[in-house]
Design a protein around this ligand. Sequence first.
Ligand SMILES: Nc1ncnc2c1ncn2[C@@H]1O[C@H](COP(=O)(O)OP(=O)(O)OP(=O)(O)O)[C@@H](O)[C@H]1O
Ligand SMILES: C=C(C)CCOP(=O)(O)O
Length: 311
Amino acid sequence: MEQNKASASIPPTKRVRCIVKLGGAAITCKNKLETIDEENLKEVSSQLRQALIPNSDSAKVLGMDWSKRPGQSEPPSFVDEFSDQPVVDSESFIVVHGAGSFGHFQASKSGVHKGGLSQPLVKAGFVATRISRVFLPSECLHSHVMTEADISMVIKAIDAGFIPVLHGDAILDTLQECTILSGDVIIRHLAAELKPEFVVFLTDVLGVYDRPPVEPGAILIQEIAVREDGSWSVVKPRLEDTSKPVEFSVAAHDTTGGMVTKITEAAMIAKLGIDVYITKAGTDHSVKALSGILKGSIPDDWLGTAIRYMS
Ligand SMILES: Nc1ncnc2c1ncn2[C@@H]1O[C@H](COP(=O)(O)OP(=O)(O)OP(=O)(O)O)[C@@H](O)[C@H]1O
Ligand SMILES: C=C(C)CCOP(=O)(O)O
């Protein structure tokens, strides 16, 4: 499926430190149509702010967002409050958020991921997916839709000091007319072009398990090694039966492949020599992953999955 064509872009002058996926399973209630997990989203946003501006006073964050959202009555800062504000130099991050319960339901009911835009149901589902996805607000700065992997606007935004916030969507496709593009795939393309220091996938489970985590006895995989040919294997912990493949399950309404897609994309990123960490959003483990301290060595008490290239 040809979803993206690479475009020769001028790299940003600022090195991208981290590309982070805020998984839809973490920031929404993925099995409940169009429902945000407010508590998780708040915690994730606050951890992200801390990672972006490590020494900031999070109690005093000036903003000028005048849009009204239900349950949020905080008055916006006034223009003159900005006058004595120093210019804050934030770390350069790119945030990609998942759809969770916004978009996947509509896409799976109508089969947008299977293509065939000329069918009325698929066309209606294509529009419905896009509308639903719009209702999942981005808590950070600007939102851009990526077209044919033309990331020049993302690069401009980084150089201007913004944190680009992107997301997957229902998109037109050259092979099957339309499809659903996952945020996980977007991250792989961005990583290949921008070579961030590391990539973090935050989701609703601690990492990759040897079988679906709801199954009794599931073991958290701490480290996965990716080889030159792109294949991957578990290096830590040593599993009893090494010939048994890792098993995955995918929710019926998930149109982008769930954890299988994540690990596939993560392996491709790791093959470029970029470390990838998968862990649970809103935990101490996500704070550590976002801080970059795992790049040296991984502390014994860190719970998550590190995916790294092994030559
Ligand atoms: N072997 C496995 N290891 C870890 N998680 C698994 C495994 N098999 C299935 N899963 C499921 O994968 C889910 C996480 O993948 P999912 O794609 O839903 O995450 P996300 O990126 O947060 O969501 P979205 O795709 O909506 O952005 C978990 O809820 C978990 O139950
Ligand atoms: C379903 C839509 C709109 C695409 C989002 O895919 P995800 O990033 O895998 O959640």
